[in-house]
Write a protein that binds this ligand. Structure first.
Ligand SMILES: NC(=O)c1ccc[n+]([C@@H]2O[C@H](COP(=O)([O-])OP(=O)(O)OC[C@H]3O[C@@H](n4cnc5c(N)ncnc54)[C@H](OP(=O)(O)O)[C@@H]3O)[C@@H](O)[C@H]2O)c1
Length: 282
């Protein structure tokens, strides 16, 4: 599954959508907040701005030092919540450990929460009423749809239970009538569970301790590799791509699979948030 190609198609569509919004005097604006000096986070935020620019979405980045306190970050979030020009707010994770991430996320106006992480947006997802869905799970669902992977009635196994990936994805797959199993670090015998799966989504990121090998995968299964492991200066996923791709009907590479889709979904959420705030589908 070519995440880069699908993301490029989505960005093309968004480009025309943003253009027509601009013709009506609406200028989507994404604000990002980066706290601290984490180099990987800097790179991710930079890529998000580059992608926003490509589709014509304006963006602003707020960089705060690693020792930023709760009050300072809260003030910035409130300022962005109240700024009518700002349509989307993204608080780059992880935050320095002195800050309570959940508490900070909750300060974001749910209508501007383009990462879909506030409890209001998570709750809507639970009730199948989602408007802003976390970008990575949304990107995975979009890939499955684009490649016509059967979801209804299928056995889906997610190896991850984080709020960013596994939990929201579980609800999205369930809403489309998959039978979903959630695996994590305390699950016993993951290979037994995955070997019956029609869809496997792996987002562990602990290579080489954890690898999805060919014997864990059923012939013809769809394998989505979310993880990013830094090995020998390059990026690899959780999956032994060379061997598993011989058995899988569909498989995502790392890089070039879920990563570009996540960014495309952030842009889509920003456009959606803008339209929602305008009270009409622009
Ligand atoms: N490409 C993208 O756009 C994108 C986006 C988001 C994340 N990612 C990548 O996806 C990975 C996960 O991200 P995250 O933020 O969800 O990380 P996380 O919060 O650390 O979650 C990792 C999950 O893996 C589970 N796990 C850890 N060791 C395991 C083992 N030995 N066997 C089975 N499960 C195990 C953990 O279980 P417990 O819950 O029991 O601890 C947890 O549920 C990372 O590599 C990250 O870089 C990529």
């Amino acid at each position: 599954m070519d995440g880069r190609a699908v993301a490029a198609e989505i960005k093309d569509g968004l480009k025309s959508r943003v253009q027509s919004m601009k013709e009506k005097g609406v200028e989507p604006l994404l604000a990002t907040i980066l706290v601290g000096n984490d180099q990987a986070s800097k790179l991710y935020v930079g890529n998000k701005h580059k992608a926003a620019q490509e589709v014509g979405i304006s963006s602003q980045n707020h960089e705060l030092p690693a020792n930023t306190d709760e009050q300072t970050l809260t003030l910035l979030l409130e300022e962005l919540n109240n700024d009518r020009r700002v349509n989307g707010i993204l608080l780059q994770m992880p935050l320095p450990s002195a800050l309570d991430a959940m508490k900070m996320i909750e300060k974001i106006n749910p209508q501007k929460d383009v990462d879909g992480l506030t409890s209001a947006n998570m709750g809507r997802l639970f009730y199948n009423q989602a408007s802003l869905v976390p970008c990575t799970p949304l990107g995975i669902m979009t890939l499955l749809h684009r490649y016509n992977v059967r979801i209804k009635g299928s056995n889906a196994v997610i190896i991850n239970r984080s709020s960013l990936v596994g939990k929201p994805l579980l609800h999205l797959l369930l809403a489309e009538d998959a039978t979903v199993t959630s695996c994590h670090s305390k699950t016993t015998d993951i290979p037994r569970i995955t070997s019956h799966a029609d869809i496997i989504v792996s987002a562990v990121g602990r290579r080489p301790q954890f690898v999805v090998t060919a014997d864990m995968v059923k012939e013809g299964a769809t394998v989505i590799d979310v993880a990013m492991n830094r090995i020998n200066g390059g990026w690899v996923g959780d999956v032994d791509f060379a061997q598993v791709s011989k058995k899988a009907s569909h498989i995502t590479p790392v890089p070039g699979g879920v990563g570009p889709m996540t960014i495309a979904m952030l842009l889509e959420n920003t456009v959606r948030a803008t339209a929602m705030q305008r009270g009409a589908d622009q």
